[in-house]
Design a protein around this ligand. Structure first.
Ligand code: B12
Ligand code: SF4
Length: 496
């Protein structure tokens, strides 16, 4: 076994619902920023990390396990989203069979919300880290090395004979500037293999940065259990240096900010924009924002400093549903934010969801009308999924949600349906809403112009279009009448 070696794994997961395989050509293929942060931190403390990105390189459970077994590391660190838990468990089981002394450590959003249950269920996971991992992982590795009792490490879940125990605390990084830059150098084929969704950037290569952590809002569908409510920021100078580093060292031309609340502090965003402008950094960038955080002045400055697209969590065209979601937003304000953004010359991406509790034919109609009247340039519609860690999960648990839905929790499957709605009906509405937006002539024209301006996206789009036509054809000849979803999972039958 190679002492001090630690292999970090982003496990494979079901990315696409059955019948929608063609979507993979246009989806977001960003690396796990969490693993890049962890790798940089442990490297600073004398460990020797490497990273396996399964999904991006189409690696199967067997291939990932075989690669780890060949390398015989002392530690394995797996990042867990709910959707990836079963694949991670299968990988860990294979590794423990051949390398029983290798310590398998898990962390990530699923552990932050379901750590205990996951450890109870999968004995192949030796230790879990609850919440932000940088500091805790180093403490854990040092404790393991020194043969210390693990109850002394705060923020972990570990095995003590046949018991699963949790140590108190969830130590968050208070000063983000103290963290080393993410270890982009450890990513195979970086930056070229890591492309965001089609048309979400003008020109690659692309990299992601998280300029802040935490969100004080409590939208009922959202899992904020990893970073909590306290927002912590990198200073604008350090964010600027990260952008500059990515541009100069790797030729990155577009940055995607993945913060929950990039615009939480206008002062910081203003400072960052000024730094970009003063230093003439020639990159474009995109970010996410709540509709109540944008105003015409800051949008103008952002545009000047290279902002290409803002993703807004618009969710629905119904005020009633927004209230039920505790989104603290209004349709009127969403409309205004998108209009201001368009006026500033920045693209708006609307993130919507379908099937939230309370959704019915009326709210779906309101969403269709809303998406047709706002000047949004791209939309993303996810199928409502009660992720563990979100307030709504606790409310719905015990109705139709059980943990055996975990591997379907990718936003592409309905694992729950509102009263009076069948999954099949929701799947029809899903297609119709997307059609209501994308089938308009002005959107077709817009994308034609964009393709002429940025032809690099065309091939991905062409593959998507051919895949779509093929899927439609298969659907008609197999009697599904144009419905793309291939099969309902057996455990969802009761929702019909
Ligand atoms: C960028 C992003 C993506 C990117 C990149 C994904 C990736 N692999 O990182 C893309 C677009 C590909 C993506 C896809 C999905 N995403 Co996403 N995504 C995010 C987002 C906005 C930021 C993630 C990020 O980079 N954070 C910054 C880094 C530093 O944090 P981190 O990755 O969590 O890692 C820290 C800790 O979790 C911990 N940690 C993580 N792994 C490990 C491992 C070990 C061993 C240890 C010790 C610690 C540890 O330490 C890290 C450093 O502090 C988050 C929201 C959020 N606030 O985090 C949602 C979020 C993580 N996504 C979510 C979901 C549901 C998905 C999808 C399943 C469906 C979808 N919405 O598209 C897919 C599946 C992706 C997958 N399995 O890889 C949910 C997860 C909920 C859950 N319980 O599963 C989140 C929390 C959104 C939300 N609020 O609901 N996503
Ligand atoms: S949806 Fe956005 S604003 Fe709401 S809790 Fe999640 S990150 Fe915060």
């Amino acid at each position: 076994m190679k002492a001090n070696d630690i292999i970090f794994i982003n496990p494979p997961y079901e990315r696409i619902a059955s019948g929608y395989e063609f979507v993979k050509h246009i989806t977001n293929n960003s690396p796990s920023l969490g693993l890049l942060h962890l790798a940089a931190e442990v490297r600073q403390h004398g460990y020797n990390p490497s990273i396996i990105e399964s999904d991006i390189f189409n690696l199967s459970v067997e291939q990932v396990a075989a690669s780890v077994i060949r390398q015989q590391p002392q530690y394995v660190g797996i990042t867990l989203f709910t959707v990836g838990v079963h694949a991670a468990a299968a990988i860990a089981k294979r590794i423990k069979l051949d390398l029983p002394d290798t310590v398998v450590i898990v962390g990530g959003p699923h552990i932050s919300s379901m750590g205990n249950e996951t450890m109870q269920r999968f004995e192949q996971f030796d230790v879990a880290v609850d919440g932000e991992g940088e500091k805790v992982l180093v403490d854990l590795l040092e404790a393991l090395k020194a043969g210390k009792d693990l109850y002394q490490v705060p923020g972990i879940i570990y095995r003590d004979k046949c018991f699963v125990r949790k140590t108190p605390g969830k130590p968050n990084n208070k000063v983000l500037d103290e963290l080393p830059f993410p270890a982009w150098d450890l990513l195979p084929d970086f930056p070229h293999a890591y492309k965001p969704a089609v048309y979400d950037f003008p020109r690659g290569p692309v990299a992601t940065i998280s300029a802040s952590r935490g969100c004080p809002f409590l939208c009922r569908f959202c899992d904020t259990s990893t970073f909590g409510a306290r927002v912590r920021h990198y200073s604008p100078e350090v964010v600027f240096r990260m952008m500059q580093h990515l541009h100069e060292k790797y030729g990155v031309r577009h940055i995607g900010f993945v913060d929950d609340l990039f615009l939480a502090s206008k002062v910081r965003v203003t400072e960052l924009c000024n730094l970009i402008l003063e230093n003439g950094l020639n990159v474009t960038w995109s970010c996410t924002a709540r509709v109540d955080t944008v105003k015409p002045e800051i949008l103008k400055l952002m545009k000047k400093a290279g902002c290409w697209e803002i993703s807004f969590g618009l969710e629905t065209g119904s005020d009633d549903l927004l209230r039920k979601m505790d989104k603290k937003a209004e349709v009127k304000k969403s409309e205004q934010a998108v209009k201001w953004t368009a006026a500033a010359g920045i693209r708006s991406k609307g993130l919507f969801m379908l099937g939230y509790p309370g959704e019915d034919a009326h709210t779906i109609q309101q969403t269709k009308e809303f998406i047709r009247r706002i000047p949004m340039t791209i939309m993303n519609l996810s199928k409502f999924t009660p992720y563990p860690g979100s307030p709504i999960y606790r409310e719905l648990y015990g109705t139709n949600i059980r943990d055996d839905h975990w591997e379907k929790m990718n936003g592409m499957n309905f694992v729950w349906a509102p009263q009076g709605m069948s999954v099949k009906k929701l799947d029809r509405h899903y297609q119709e809403i997307l059609k209501a937006f994308y089938k308009r002539p002005q959107i077709g024209l817009y994308y034609l112009k964009l393709t002429l301006q940025y032809p690099n996206h065309f091939l991905r789009l062409l593959r998507f279009a051919l895949g779509f036509l093929h899927a439609k054809f298969i659907s008609f000849i197999s009697g599904r009448g144009g419905l793309l979803v291939k099969e309902q999972q057996p455990h969802l039958d009761k929702l019909n």
